[in-house]
Ligand binder design. Structure first.
Ligand code: SIN
Ligand code: CO
Length: 400
């Protein structure tokens, strides 16, 4: 199904993606009742806690007792929850990031938000909180869709500009929160929040699970830092910076301790040779934005030859195209990020060699995270196999 940005969606309160972006995105909150009717919660609180103890999970356990907050970050262990489960009237929340790295259902859910570029999408976080619990009033720096997965949660919102924080708290809590709006969300309801809207969510039931579809927006400072180190690897060829400082016309200085203007001008002129174009920025963004997060590891499959891989690929594509076997897929592995610029593809921080004839195919893989083979031109299987072989061996793509 190709995305139609002019088709109204229940997910967006019957707005079209185009209308949503123009009226709400990064501008104002939107409450969407039954954004996903009959939403099927795909994790029980116990399963969420199990996931939180996974060695590569990113999880936080936030507790509140007599007004005192505590935050415990992963690695978390089973006994960390056990004591809270036993104690009635104990206020606590468990939040687990990157659920989409572990569960295909989470990736499918994120695909519904395809009207926002993948480069902006961060992850799916799921929280569980027993009745009365929450993580306090705060602001986030990023856009988020808060989808109620199970139970009920009360959301209070404020447009306040007072962002002063509670001192000495282990998390960023607003000192003076003055709610202006309040809603109780049921399973399938969703609230979109742009950055910097003060909000406070309180669980209203013992089965409250909230799904946060979170976005990312790197700071310009971070981008500058990363871009300059990216540029560094290209410097010698980019700027003609071979060689070394020379001063055959050196004259005697009055003060030997002084770095002279002539010295600085010489260096200024050499460094002024460092330039970059739009293409360099696009190349940097492709590498940087597709780079896996620090804790992410890929599971490599058993090594096979290119010939065997080509056969496997052909079989998977053929089965996908046959009547009943649509579940046969060539797909990105759950932790993979494939992005492209006008003419270059980047998979998990690496640039791929993609011949022109399979570009449409690779765009489909990037957009939908899977391939059904209909856009593969005849006789291009070997070319596709060659492009996907190394990524397959690295565990970046899977044939299932
Ligand atoms: C939660 O799920 O408990 C908190 C999500 C948020 O406030 O951003
Ligand atoms: Co928040």
């Amino acid at each position: 199904m190709s995305p139609n940005n002019n088709q109204s969606l229940a997910l967006l309160n019957n707005l079209t993606p185009t209308q949503f972006l123009a009226e709400y995105w990064q501008k104002k909150p939107l409450l969407i009742r039954q954004a996903i009717p009959n939403f099927k919660n795909f994790l029980t609180p116990q399963e969420l806690m199990d996931l939180a103890t996974d060695e590569d999970a990113q999880a936080r356990l936030i507790t509140q007792k007599n007004g005192k907050w505590q935050v415990q970050n992963s690695p978390l262990e089973e006994p960390d929850f056990a004591k809270h489960l036993k104690l009635k009237n104990n206020l606590w929340t468990i939040l687990v990031q990157n659920i989409n790295h572990h569960m295909p259902q989470a990736v499918d859910l994120l695909q519904q938000f395809n009207f926002i570029p993948h480069a902006r999408l961060d992850d799916l976080m799921i929280s569980y909180a027993p009745k009365g619990s929450g993580i306090g009033a705060h602001i986030d720096s990023y856009d988020v869709f808060l989808l109620q997965g199970a139970g009920q949660r009360k959301w209070q919102l404020s447009n306040q500009k007072d962002f002063s924080l509670v001192e000495n708290a282990p998390l960023k809590l607003l000192k003076n929160f003055t709610p202006e709006q309040e809603w109780v969300l049921e399973a399938g309801d969703m609230l979109y929040l742009p950055p910097h809207i003060a909000h406070c969510g309180t669980s209203m039931s013992d089965d409250c699970m909230t799904y946060s579809i979170g976005f990312r927006a790197p700071s310009y400072q971070e981008l500058a830092h990363e871009f300059l180190s990216f540029l560094q690897d290209k410097l010698p060829e980019n700027a003609g910076l071979q060689g070394r400082y020379t001063d055959p016309n050196l004259t005697v200085q009055e003060n030997a301790g002084e770095i002279s203007d002539a010295f600085a001008t010489n260096i200024y002129e050499a460094l002024s040779g460092i330039t970059w174009k739009n293409d360099d920025i696009a190349d940097f963004l492709g590498h940087y934005l597709s780079e896996p997060k620090a804790h992410v590891y890929f599971d490599a499959p058993i090594e096979i030859s290119l010939a065997v891989f080509t056969k496997k690929l052909a079989k998977t594509l053929a089965e996908n195209l046959s009547e009943n076997l649509h579940e046969k897929k060539v797909q990105l592995s759950l932790k993979s990020q494939l992005l492209f610029t006008q003419n270059a593809f980047y998979l998990n921080g690496e640039k791929l060699t993609v011949p022109l004839e399979i570009m449409a195919c690779m765009r489909e893989l990037a957009d939908k995270r899977c391939l059904n083979g209909t856009v593969l031109p005849p006789n291009s299987l070997a070319v596709l196999a060659e492009a996907l072989y190394e990524p397959y061996l690295s565990g970046f793509i899977e044939l299932t």
